[in-house]
Design a protein around this ligand. Structure first.
Ligand SMILES: O=C(O)CCC(=O)C(=O)O
Ligand SMILES: [Fe+2]
Length: 235
């Protein structure tokens, strides 16, 4: 009887030790995020941005009131005559992966103001941003699921991309969602709203969850602007 109960005791204490070890192995340190805003608002120099929804690992934030109707319309107007078929990758090739048209906007008062605000939201110096990249999708056009970071080694990884903000410039009647297949997340474009996400984590699996795309537009057209941000100064 004595032997049996001490055996049980040893067994139980080994089990609880194993549980402790298991807990240590599975409890990961929370990864650092640059998007360190607290509360439900971000106060930039010239506008109060609404934090509508957030998730962690990777950090994703859905934001409202990022730009005014007038700013969105002006960005569309400035891009209309400058659009070219979008290209992908470091070799800048035309591909079925991305069938939209796009352009990088040169600096003027409106673009500089919006860029500065986006940098404040993203908590980075404006010089780390690649500038405002305007996208236009007509019905049937899309940007298939992709990563914004570069997987190849070399110059580009030297100053890698770390975060993205997609600002919607118009309401899309149907389709055109930004979707994240690994997170079962889909964001419908509404004028002035934005989605932010980041992908510089030490755990590669967390970065891989940021796989995302722009779903085909079904009815209407989609206008958006992307700001990609680099780890170091870019411009
Ligand atoms: O159009 C979208 O919703 C996504 C755009 C995008 O992924 C990008 O510009 O990198
Ligand atoms: Fe992207």
């Amino acid at each position: 009887m004595l032997i049996n109960s001490s055996r049980i005791y040893v067994f139980v204490s080994v089990l609880s030790k194993l549980e402790e070890v298991d807990e240590k192995l599975t409890t990961k340190v929370k990864e650092f995020s640059i998007f360190d805003h607290t509360g439900n608002k971000i106060r930039t120099e010239d506008r109060e941005i609404a934090i509508i929804a957030q998730m962690e690992d990777p950090k994703v934030a859905i934001l409202g009131n990022v730009a005014s109707k007038a700013e969105c319309e002006e960005l569309i107007r400035l891009s209309k005559d400058r659009l070219n078929r979008s290209k992908i990758g470091s070799k800048h090739e035309v591909s079925d992966i991305r069938t939209s048209s796009s352009t990088f906007l040169p600096e003027d008062d409106v673009t500089a103001g919006v860029e500065k605000r986006l940098a404040q939201i993203m908590n980075v110096p404006v010089s780390h941003g690649e500038g405002l990249h305007i996208l236009n999708y007509k019905p049937g056009q899309e940007y298939k699921a992709h990563y914004d970071y570069f997987k190849s080694k070399g110059n580009v990884t030297n100053n890698s991309r770390i975060s993205t903000l997609v600002l919607y410039l118009n309401d899309v009647e149907e389709g055109g969602e930004t979707y994240f297949p690994h997170m079962n997340l889909s964001i419908s474009p509404h004028q002035g709203m934005a989605v932010y996400f980041e992908y510089f984590y030490s755990d590669p699996e967390v970065n891989e969850r940021t796989l995302h795309g722009g779903a085909p537009v079904i009815v209407g057209e989609k206008w958006a602007t992307t700001m990609w941000v680099r780890r170091k100064q870019y411009r």
